[in-house]
Ligand binder design. Sequence first.
Ligand code: NAD
Length: 503
Amino acid sequence: MKTTVDSLQGSRLDLFIDGQFTRPHSGQYVPSYDPTTAEPWYEFAQADERDVDTAVRSAQAAFRHPSWARMTQTDRGKLVRRLGELVREHADELAMIECRDNGKLLKEMRAQMRAIPDSYLYFAGMADKLQGDTIPVNKLDTLNFNLREPIGVVGMIIPWNSPLMMLTGTLAPCLAIGNTIVVKPSEHATASTLALAELAIEAGIPPGVINVVSGDGMTTGDALTRHPGVAKYVFTGSTMTGRKIAGNAAQNLVPCQMELGGKSPHVVFADVDIERAVNGVVSGIFAAAGQTCVAGSRCFVEASAHERFVEALVERTRRVKVGHPVADDTDIGPLALAAQLEKVRSYVASGVQEGAKIAAGGRQPQDSELARGWYYEPTVITHAHNRMRFMQDEIFGPVVGVVPFRDEAELIELANDTEYGLAAGIWTQNIDRAMRFARQVDAGTVWINTYRSAAYMSANGGMKRSGYGRRGGFEVMREFSRLKNVVIDYSGAMQDPFVIRLR
Ligand code: NAD
């Protein structure tokens, strides 16, 4: 892998099309910034419509090329496994690249890079287990069966928060099925996706199977989502962008899988060990500086425990260490973008304006060493209610609002009073109550006495404006393959061409 943290400094990254680094038609390159210093790090190529067209055509050709199309599923699985092994070999380098690109903690990125190869291994094993079925039709001497086939070129648009993790969830199964891919990484974290495309070639995956078109959403993303050569889209990002992409895709009647934003309820009942619940809530909202789609940003606490819970939460929050993402003792690093910092500031201010109170945080850290970066203190807001703007909009930052509730009926009303439905968490010793909540809450994932415990073996996804479609488990193999019905008449009988055969 030629792309490394050191080689990236001051470099220019090209597009990756048909197995090669390729200059963009426009000749335009855009800087990518280091969030700890707000200084430019490298430049990535800005792909336009022509580059996107070349990439899609390359993926279409690779889809039909015998080197991919005429490969057995078992052999394809071996290549997917090999790619996972190469990610494992380069895990440290990839983790450092992502850490420097998006400011997330090095230890978290390392943990993700250790999990990613296992995910490739898991989907590699599924490559030759995707099978169709036979249908017992009401006709003699007839074989009616469904084939499971790859669908073609899959367009993937991913965010900056965990690029390779987000990509792997659909890239690994898509490869295992036999699809080909055009990825548009985020303009805020491009490098690791290009590094992965290089590794794919090293793994023996044919040129054109994975293509990378870097650039912004308005130009590159828009061109990709309008291209008639794409068979399906996977989008991970904000709900607002998801609406635009689904609109573009609809013009070509192309289906999408949408993994969008969230405003997840995190619930604490009085019967639980408060310290354990506090740790759960802190990790649910402050991990990755709140820049996770499943962030538990609306915390509902049973009224009888509200006061002592808030006290413990504030005390624990004040001990969260904000610092450089590479330092071992850092709990949360900077926000990835300057715009993100502004957004967090403005939502906290809006909460105060609407009458809420800041119980912890609510400002940038005072430490002079952090002054240049886009850091923000973990923030707890009380005296809030669920209809305040900061409780309804996704902030994607380290801000949690705490609201008391009286009983289960009120809790369900509050928890579901949001346009989102991605995840939910509940802390209680009462399993009956936990299950009632799990059944009634609008969320694609429900965690009981835990939070952010994700697994690629289970189907994950959103409800309501958090999206549709599922990734993970065998479900994703169905989502990125298609059924074809085949009928064979083996009677050998000569049919009257105008007799309608009902049996
Ligand atoms: P974003 O929507 O701004 O951008 C995501 C991607 O879409 C980027 O690659 C961007 O360039 C592209 N894009 C932007 N406008 C586009 C357009 N008009 N056409 C095509 N592509 C376009 O999101 P972000 O700020 O990068 O990421 C944060 C968001 O992602 C949050 O809302 C978060 O909840 C969500 N997210 C969801 C999941 C999930 O699994 N549900 C996971 C991670 C992040």
